[in-house]
Every structure is written in structure tokens, then in C-alpha cells.
Design a protein around this ligand. Structure first.
Ligand SMILES: [Zn+2]
Length: 212
């Protein structure tokens, strides 16, 4: 599997390229800030971007969508509940809901609806035939060592708490790829986060709500 994690911009965003080495098709998660650089990496590595996957509508995750669409013709996937807030015009949009799945060659993606940071926040669960545990791209729902904010418009701490509880139910060894480089390492696991991330260690919403 082809997987590139690229840190971009001043807000420590992560962009991701994930592709099938046989078909050379590739998805681009949350394009923003340094799209030209990321597209050149994909091109250099011989990959063709066919889908843009958005974890949510916030500007620092979608700023580069128009440029990627115009340069690659990729379609844009976003959860239906974040569609209206997506301030990107005239691009082909595919609306997602929780439980949707699609494949790209040997890569299988499943949409996990994890609202709370925004109403349409999702995680993308990627598996392959060789790796059924796989990888989780968590956007601004779960960071290494923390979770996303729930005090922005459309956010809800109670709903975010429920979404984080859902992520705790994934295989402990599943790899976690967040939307920002805010932690002590760029890639984590659910097991590590359950041990060290205060927002996953709490046992009740009251405890969660008291976290700084
Ligand atoms: Zn966000």
C-alpha cells in the first residue's frame, strides 16, 4: 500500500495520499495549504488522484479542494451533514453517510460517522485484504493526546464524547492518523491513546466535560 503523511501549512495540518500500488489510483485526504507540493509528490510517485476524502468542512481541511479538482478531476467526498457548510463551489460532490464503503483497487474504505467537532465529521477506516485491522484517519475528532474542539459552531461536547467512545471500540492495534500534528508523534494507535490520551481515559461525560 502507498501511504504518505505530509505536514502542511502553519496549523500543522496533515495531508494524506493513499494509493493502490497496482492500479496506481490514489485518494487525497483533506487537501489544504500546500496542494502543489502534495500533487507533485503523487505525480513523482506515479499516482493518479481520483478521490478527495474530507474528514469535515473546516477551511484548514478543504482550502485546496478547488485546485485539486481542477488539476486532477477528482470527485469530493464529504458527509451529508457537513455539505452545507462546505464553502467550495462548483466541484463534483459525493455525499457520504456513516457505514458507506468503497474500494480503490485493493484498498477498502469505510465511513465512520463521528460527529461532535462538526455535525458531519467522519473517520475513514482503511483496510486491505492483507491487513483487516487497518488504519483510521481521524481528522479533528481524535488527535494524538487530545481530541478536537467541540465549542465551534456545530460542535457538541456530548456528541463528541459519544463518538470518542465509539473509536475506543476499534481494534487496539489499529493505527491512528490525525488531522493535525498536535501530539508527541505523528501516528498512534487506539491502544496507545486509550492508555495516554485524557479524552479517551475518562469514564463519564462529566469527567470529559471537566477536562481543560
Ligand atoms: Zn476542524
Amino acid at each position: 500500500m502507498y501511504l504518505k503523511q505530509i505536514e502542511v501549512g502553519l496549523m500543522q495540518n496533515f495531508n494524506y495520499l493513499i494509493g493502490d500500488p497496482v492500479t496506481k489510483e490514489c485518494v487525497y485526504i483533506d487537501p489544504a495549504w500546500e496542494v502543489d507540493r502534495v500533487l507533485k509528490i503523487a505525480e513523482h510517485d506515479g499516482y493518479r488522484i481520483t478521490k478527495i476524502l474530507l474528514t469535515h468542512h473546516h477551511f484548514d481541511h478543504v482550502e485546496g479542494v478547488p485546485e485539486v479538482v481542477s488539476r486532477t478531476g477528482a470527485s469530493v467526498c464529504i458527509h451529508a451533514d457537513d455539505r452545507d457548510a462546505l464553502e467550495v463551489e462548483d466541484v463534483p460532490v459525493i455525499l457520504l453517510k456513516g457505514g458507506d464503503s468503497f474500494s480503490l483497487g485493493s484498498l477498502h474504505f469505510k465511513v465512520i460517522h463521528t460527529p461532535g467537532h462538526t455535525p458531519g465529521s467522519v473517520c475513514y477506516h482503511l483496510t486491505t485484504d492483507d491487513d483487516p485491522v487497518g488504519h483510521l484517519f481521524t481528522g479533528d475528532t481524535l488527535f494524538q493526546g487530545n481530541c478536537g474542539r467541540s465549542d465551534l459552531p456545530g460542535g457538541d461536547p456530548k456528541i463528541l464524547y459519544q463518538s470518542l467512545n465509539r473509536l475506543k471500540g476499534f481494534e487496539p492495534s489499529i493505527k491512528v492518523y490525525p488531522g493535525h500534528d498536535y501530539g508527541s508523534k505523528p501516528v498512534s494507535t487506539i491502544s496507545y491513546e486509550k492508555s495516554y490520551n485524557p479524552t479517551l481515559k475518562v469514564r463519564t461525560f462529566q469527567e470529559f466535560d471537566l477536562l481543560p
